[in-house]
Design a protein around this ligand. Sequence first.
Ligand code: 13P
Length: 250
Amino acid sequence: MRKPIIIGNWKMNKTRNEALKFIYAIKDQVVSNDQVESVICAPFPYLRCLVKRQGSSLRIGAQNMHFEKSGAYTGEVSADMLSLIGVSYVILGHSERREMFNETDESVNKKVHEALTHQLTPIVCVGESLEQRENHTTNQVIEQQTVAALSGLTVDQVKKVVIAYEPIWAIGTGRTATAEQANETIGYIREVVERIYGKEAANAIRIQYGGSVNPANIKELMSQEHIDGALVGGASLDPNSFLSLVNYAD
Ligand code: 13P
């Protein structure tokens, strides 16, 4: 069985004091890691201070990294730097980075390889625009992004990756994909993985939904066959809301 994984993506939000207040408020109330993996992906400057206070069940992730190991890449952060300070997850290829910071399928793939080399769990985001959904090219877009991101990985590596299906039109808009829509596209991603890496990899890989997830809709989304978790922006910023999300099964 696949372990559910709920991730908060804080994006570029919170002061250091707010980040600390958040972690003290939640760390002893997060559902046990045996049942659900709970992760906060925070801005770089807070990662170390959050890792130090993560407690037994919460884990901390970054929101991006570079694919090179070191060198003249002003402003960039390597996988090794993240893993050495105790970060265990990294979001890669978020649509905001694809749209605003020139992230490509090729760079995402290089980052996935580098993250896995350093025992970081990559959370690979894929998703179509509203125009693509309306043109009925969703599956084509998602397939291309998924195939490119996983290219060159072994079956064992594919099993460690988390994919987040985030339709761009549902991000920050309050317009969630219906649970059926999300399940259907995520089921298609699983089919694509099976075609290339086989049944074992397809059954093991965890695929999340993201886009206007909140405490009111999480339960229905999580009840779908193919949805293994959620990647949550806005509703992960408030400690009580984040706790309701990770404790969705209660
Ligand atoms: P919202 O939950 O605010 O729609 O953001 C989704 C997202 O982009 C998470 O990565």
